[in-house]
Design a protein around this ligand. Structure first.
Ligand SMILES: [Zn+2]
Length: 144
């Protein structure tokens, strides 16, 4: 399970970085374009930390919103609009997917949505993902 191995790496990284103080809180930032189940990750962190010095640590998971930006005109848009753009692209370009696959299961959307973007303002295809792909330990709070 993907979430399980991510939870393992997070716990390992925190334990190695802070040796002497008690760790009260760990904040983890995850982009909504990461194909992760937050509840499974939360549960994995709880189970894996229970046998370590992090057993009393509070894990805070923050989901950061996706932001797409057009290189040509500077237009920015979020996930809701990105999903609409993707739907339109799939409807127009029937070569991409068979008709019966026009409604992909929800867990495929994060990876699909990146490849199927076009600027809603100028139609540009040169898109940058400003945020939404984070997977990081953003804060560690230790006992003073
Ligand atoms: Zn544009």
């Amino acid at each position: 399970m993907h979430e399980w191995s991510i939870a393992e790496s997070i716990i390992e990284a925190v334990i190695q970085s802070v040796k002497y103080q008690k760790i009260l809180e760990v904040e983890i930032k995850i982009g909504e374009l990461r194909d992760l189940d937050i509840e499974i990750l939360r549960e994995s962190l709880k189970i894996l930390s229970s046998e370590t010095i992090l057993r009393d640590t509070k894990f805070d998971i923050i989901v950061s919103k996706a932001v797409f930006k057009c290189f040509d005109c500077g237009e920015e848009w979020g996930m809701r609009e990105a999903l609409k753009i993707m739907e339109n692209m799939l409807t127009v370009d029937k070569y991409v997917l068979e008709e019966n696959e026009l409604e992909p299961p929800i867990h495929f959307i994060p990876s699909l949505v990146i490849g199927l973007q076009r600027c809603p303002k100028c139609g540009g295809m040169d898109i940058n993902i400003e945020s939404g792909r984070e997977l990081e330990i953003s804060k560690v709070k230790v006992e003073e």
